[in-house]
Design a protein around this ligand. Structure first.
Ligand code: EMZ
Length: 385
């Protein structure tokens, strides 16, 4: 199977019952699989809440390594709406010309460096580095800060032998405590200082609230973006003609980016906690049990997408939910879209061919479902035009 082919393990269950079952650390979980149900449940926060013990709505649950909630995603409207209001302008900065130009420069440098090397291990030597450098723009701190973040590896809560590594999580927490402390009374223009000065309902944010926002900024956009970048490179390795096409028709970039995000769906699912006994796709769901909204399955729903298992770069109707849906739609989506577009355009203008030398796939296991989400390792050779 070509490296850039990503399976849809949910098809049969989606069509038969609309749900999948798994157990997450002794907590049974019903996975909601169809596009229509995922959208409907995502909007029904009264029945399916995000406001649970910190870490519980993430799958796998991070309750064991977190006691501070990530903001704003571990809360419901109207509380959620107020916090989001404080952050929204900041997360729209990727639309500013200066931001865009700086991002383009980072991407160009990364591609140039890759072209000069004999071989590149994409996950750690390209995607992690680019993700971290790009994050310095979102947090608005000097680029040298990226070296510290790169040293943490691809996931801030997972290490090679431990999917929930509290020692690792502590490194991030301590780092953030220090940054927030330093920014407390400063008039700086970095994200910590801006949040320290921000007001919510006539009061300042607490340090724990700022920390909750920063943990989400660091954790939520890390492995997801790394997978999006790595998988995109694997796609162009298998499809050099797609690079030619985008080079000839740069306007395609918008549709092509959305399509790759749909196809790869870097975040498989996100949980909710059931508030009262109810039914999920005709299946009983008890109060306080967990469901998940499976973005990856919804994005392959054949009742919404023609040829769902093919990458159709100019797909015209593409209501994908790779960034979630409804009030919790990803705040980092603007940054991610700009980054992905910049990368694809840069590859199209500079790269003729990407040869895969070796690859080690990253397969997630959710109950009986096995889903490829990215790569542990992807070694390639870039050839310039
Ligand atoms: C959480 C999550 C957010 C979680 C939008 O996704 O991403 C995961 O990678 C993190 O581990 O803590 O931030």
């Amino acid at each position: 199977m070509p490296h850039s082919e990503f399976n849809d393990p949910f098809k049969e269950a989606r069509n038969k019952t609309g749900i999948g079952k798994m157990v997450d650390q002794d907590d049974p979980l019903l996975m909601v699989l169809s596009h229509a149900d995922v959208k409907a449940y995502a909007q029904d926060h009264q029945t399916f809440s995000s406001d649970a013990r910190p870490g519980r709505i993430v799958v796998p649950s991070e309750e064991k390594i977190r006691d501070i909630r990530q903001i704003p995603f571990e809360m419901d409207p109207p509380e959620h709406t107020a916090y989001r209001g404080v952050m929204e302008d900041w997360f729209r900065r990727p639309y500013q010309k200066g931001y865009e130009a700086a991002l383009d420069e980072l991407v160009a440098q990364s591609v140039d460096e890759a072209l000069q090397k004999e071989a590149v291990e994409v996950v750690t030597d390209f995607s992690l580095r680019l993700q971290s450098k790009a994050l310095t723009l979102l947090v608005n701190v000097p680029i040298k800060e990226a070296e510290t973040w790169i040293s943490w590896g691809t996931h801030v809560f997972r290490s090679d032998d431990n999917p929930l590594d509290s020692t690792k999580a502590d490194v991030l927490y301590q780092y953030l405590d220090e940054q927030i402390e330093q920014a407390a009374d400063s008039s700086g223009e970095d994200m910590y200082s801006v949040l320290s000065a921000a007001e919510l309902n006539g009061r300042k944010l607490t340090k724990d609230e700022i920390k909750g926002i920063m943990i989400l900024t660091f954790a939520g956009g890390r492995d997801t973006i790394i997978n999006a970048i790595t998988n995109t490179i694997s796609y162009f390795a298998d499809h050099p003609e797609a690079l030619d096409l985008i080079k000839a028709e740069p306007k395609l970039i918008h549709k092509a980016t959305e399509e790759l995000l749909r196809y790869f769906s870097p975040l498989t699912h996100m949980g909710r906690v059931v508030q009262e006994d109810t039914h999920v796709c005709e299946h009983a769901a008890e109060a306080n049990s967990k469901i998940s909204l499976c973005w990856a399955s919804a994005n392959r729903d054949e009742s919404v997408f023609d040829s769902p298992n093919e990458v159709v770069l100019d797909r015209s109707k593409n209501p994908h939910v790779a960034f979630g849906f409804g009030a919790h739609n990803c705040l980092g989506a603007h940054h991610t879209r700009k980054l992905m577009k910049s990368l694809i355009l840069q590859l199209a203008s500079q790269v003729k061919q990407i040869e895969v030398i070796d690859a080690d796939e990253n397969i997630e296991e959710w109950g009986t479902f096995k889903r490829k989400v990215g790569f542990e390792k992807l070694r390639v050779r870039f050839r310039g035009l």
